[in-house]
Design a binder for this molecule. Structure first.
Ligand SMILES: Cc1cc2nc3c(=O)[nH]c(=O)nc-3n(C[C@H](O)[C@H](O)[C@H](O)COP(=O)(O)O)c2cc1C
Length: 209
């Protein structure tokens, strides 16, 4: 299956067969997340693979009783470790050493490196983390399609309850819960805005031709 087909076939799946998911497939999902791009290669994503029914039950409750959260044989809790940004200097060095960035990049980053990540506002770190982790999550979502698995992004949950259930430390944010399983439904394409409603030409609001 090519990427184009995976994008077109993907749906949010909310009904799952009880079949367990082979460990190799879970590893392939995690591997596809691992290869995602991130700002200055910070890789702040962290994943918790949950199979225990009691934990799934608690997560369903924390997610306003959304049934698909418990129906799936596996839930992957997708998190962002805000402390990953403290390794910024190391990541910059790695990128320079791998030839991805020129040596002079270090000078551009020196003001940030000197100030240290502790001076960056938590909300700014969260904004960066959400962008980075979301890309990794969507890598898994598309990889799942190729593996014959269904997923659904779930963001509607009580954040504090999820953190407590999963023992998540302070500087780690939950970005999504992702139920994963063999689909037991085959829904059609959901409504989408047309390209002329979402794309502009040269300036915002100017008709895309
Ligand atoms: C960031 C995000 C949060 C979402 N949260 C939920 C959720 O909490 N529960 C749910 O059932 N679906 C959730 N969805 C799935 C959307 O409802 C779904 O993507 C949308 O209706 C389009 O349907 P499709 O994914 O099948 O194309 C979420 C999707 C995204 C991207």
């Amino acid at each position: 299956m090519d990427v184009c087909e995976a994008i077109r076939k993907r749906r949010s799946i909310r009904r799952f067969k009880p079949d367990p998911i082979p460990e190799e497939k879970i590893r392939l999902l995690l591997e596809s997340a691992r290869l995602a791009p991130s700002g200055t290669n910070t890789q702040p994503w962290r994943f918790i693979v949950i199979k225990d029914d009691n934990t799934k039950k608690k997560l369903q409750e924390a997610a306003h009783n959304q049934r698909h959260v418990r129906r799936a044989p596996v839930i992957i809790a997708c998190c962002a470790d805000l402390t990953a940004f403290k390794e910024f200097s190391k990541r910059v060095d790695e990128l320079i050493n791998s030839g991805a960035l020129p040596e002079r990049t270090r000078d551009v980053f020196i003001p940030y490196l000197e100030k240290g990540m502790d001076t960056v506002k938590k909300q700014d770190l969260i904004t960066a983390a959400v962008a980075n982790v979301s890309i990794a999550v969507e890598h898994m979502v598309l990889q799942a399609v190729e593996l014959g698995l269904g997923t659904c992004w779930v963001r509607w949950y009580d954040d504090n309850k999820v953190k407590e259930i999963l023992n998540i430390p302070d500087l780690v944010e939950v970005i999504a819960l992702m139920p994963v399983g063999v689909p037991d439904e085959d829904p059609g394409q959901r409504p989408r805005l047309s390209i002329d409603k979402i794309a502009y030409s040269e300036k915002y609001g100017e008709k895309y031709t």
